[in-house]
Design a protein. Structure first.
Length: 597
């Protein structure tokens, strides 16, 4: 969705960059320091005089670092005793910041070592090497500052050499979300030193995953399941996490109450553009679902969503909040659904943390409650959805933001119940292009976000009322016929919709097929006028697309994989642009389905 008079967009194709890993350590070597990145607080460390604390900024790696503050005769010493092998060579390293920061090892059985630096304002790496004595089985590694100096920082402490690594700590923060009738999304806090995780369900065989999340499928509907997770490395599996129990849904999708064939439109409520402002009370009766554009974040990663009516300076005919709320109630009394749409061109939203997720749920709920709305439309675009490098399976994405988004929507659905209407308006780039490109890879520089909506749609398919992909502002997309289709004609809409209703292989891997959606969950997204978007389709071509998909006629060169009379309908950007164009879009929809507006 776009705010400008002309919705011409170009999707930037970004080449993914990768950091090459350094040469591996010798097979017998291991990093023996426990919690060297301080990602689990001070676990494993002891700091003199209570001088140490974990901070989240600044950090060198990960999300945490150690901050130690000398006081009086205390130099802010933090240490850890590590099991080592006798008569062996070890390399001790750490990244530090501050004035007079020391790193050392004591009890080596030979010559104890220490290195130091004065590096205020920048991270600096300290390293030293020592050899253990013939009877040495443990050493104490330590870092400290100096008397009377300011606090110093330490991060990413390592001790590399011969030894047997210990299993990781037990995972924490296990939560279940995105529950459907046959699957559940689990997520937990990543464990330092873990190379994989084992997901345990009742008496079933463990599920092995490499990310700190997993989608468990093949479950029975309306059934309780209990899950635990263990962290795994070369030494074995950790103790298991605390359990979480979840009951699968009964299936069937959410947010009923729509007519068999519905017309969805976006209403510019928070801004003005060349189409003009339309008051809620003046929205024509043709529109069955009215998406308020837009709720926007206070910052990209805050999760805090705010909604306002257009300022009077931009929209002189804007109604008062009281008038707007009364008009919303009147539309609902007439059987219409009014949703808050989050995102749009300028509303970049990312939920990288659980805090952002919880803020998103609270702030969106506040908007829904204040205006008495029926649900949520997700219109995330651009960088709002990004797949992490190496993500290759839409069924088990590793990107935390995707899991947090799904969890947030699930929470809202649970709060408002089965009548909650959930719609999504992704661009073809983020859905159908997943047929050609998904995740990260060379692919001639193709943006690794291609298909990034697939894991979200898949996880929420049992809760999804409508998916109306924006079949505009798009480059050519390959259909299931192996041919490229360009926007603006019936073939493009037929090919793009056929993929959603028939299912399609993701990134050419026939073993990973994105399952078909129900036809009542799908509407075709179109610009209402030539001004509203690049890829406007004439009424005659729209009718051909509908005929092909619902009746099997007027299919042109493309042959669909079925006929779907229950296809829900159309979505338009926007109600405002349709009025600007004389109401042609809504008038033709009503005529096609024999409706009286």
């Amino acid at each position: 969705m776009r705010r400008t008079r002309s919705l011409l967009t170009a999707v930037a194709l970004m080449a993914a960059g990768f950091l090459a890993a350094g040469p591996p350590a010798a097979a017998a070597d291991a990093d023996l320091v426990r919690n060297g990145g301080f990602e689990v607080g001070l676990d494993g460390w002891s700091c003199s005089g209570g001088s140490g604390a974990v901070v989240t900024t600044p950090v060198h790696g990960g999300t945490s670092a150690l901050k130690a503050t000398p006081a009086g005769q205390d130099n802010g010493r933090c240490s850890q005793t590590v099991t080592v092998a006798p008569d062996s060579t070890y390399t001790l390293g750490a990244w530090v910041q501050g004035a007079y920061v020391y790193l050392g090892a004591a009890g080596t059985g030979t010559t104890d070592v220490s290195v130091w630096t004065q590096s205020p304002g920048a991270w600096k790496q300290l390293t030293t090497t020592f050899r253990t004595g013939p009877a040495t089985t443990s050493v104490t590694v330590h870092t400290h500052g100096w008397y009377g100096q300011a606090a110093h920082l330490t991060d990413d402490v390592t001790l590399v050499g011969p030894g047997q690594p210990r299993p990781p700590a037990a995972p924490t923060g296990l939560t279940a979300s995105a529950t459907s009738s046959s699957s559940v999304l689990l997520s937990w806090t990543a464990v330092p030193g873990a190379t994989s995780y084992a997901v345990h369900r009742d008496g079933a065989a463990p599920l092995a995953v490499t990310a700190a999340s997993a989608t468990v499928t093949g479950l029975a509907a309306s059934t309780p399941y209990t899950f635990r997770v263990g962290a795994v490395n070369a030494a074995g599996e950790s103790p298991r996490s605390a359990p979480v129990t979840v009951t699968t849904g009964s299936g069937g999708g959410g947010g009923g109450g729509l007519p068999a064939h519905a017309l969805v439109g976006y209403l510019h409520t928070s801004f003005a553009n060349g189409s003009g402002y339309v008051r809620m009370a003046d929205v024509p009766a043709s529109w069955d679902v009215i998406n308020l554009a837009f709720g926007e974040p206070t910052s990209v990663t805050s999760g805090d969503i705010r909604f306002r009516l257009c300022p009077v300076a931009e929209c002189p005919n804007v109604e008062t909040p009281a008038e707007f709320k009364a008009a919303v109630r009147a539309k609902q009394a007439a059987g219409k659904k009014v949703l808050i749409s989050i995102g749009g061109q300028n509303g970049q939203v990312q939920l990288p943390t659980t805090a952002a997720r919880d803020t998103f749920v609270a702030s969106v709920g506040k908007i829904i409650d204040e205006y008495g709305l029926d649900g949520l439309d997700i219109d995330f675009e651009g960088h709002s959805l990004s797949l992490a490098a190496g993500d290759t399976d839409f069924r088990n994405p590793t990107t935390p933001g995707i899991a947090h988004l799904v969890s947030a929507v699930k929470s809202l659905k649970a709060r408002y119940g089965p009548g909650f209407v959930l719609t999504m308006a992704p661009e073809t780039f983020f859905v159908q292009l997943g047929h050609q490109f998904y995740g990260s890879g060379p692919w001639g520089g193709q943006d690794p976000r291609a298909g990034a909506y697939l894991p979200v749609i898949h996880a929420l398919r049992d809760d999804l009322t409508l998916l109306h992909v924006q079949d505009y502002n798009s480059g050519p997309i390959m259909g299931l016929d192996g041919q490229y289709h360009s926007m603006g004609g019936a073939d493009f809409h037929i090919a793009m919709t056929d993929m959603l209703l028939a299912g399609f292989p993701v990134a050419g891997d026939t073993a990973r097929v994105f399952p078909a959606l129900r036809p009542d969950q799908v509407a075709i997204g179109l610009p209402a006028t030539t001004h509203a978007g690049n890829g406007h389709t004439t009424p005659a071509e729209v009718a051909k697309a509908l005929n092909c998909l619902t009746k099997g006629t007027d299919c042109g060169t493309y042959r669909t994989h079925g006929t779907w009379p229950a296809l829900r309908g159309l979505m338009a950007w926007s109600i405002n642009w349709d009025r600007f164009g004389g109401g042609e879009f809504s008038r033709n929809f009503d005529a096609y389905y024999g409706r009286t507006a």
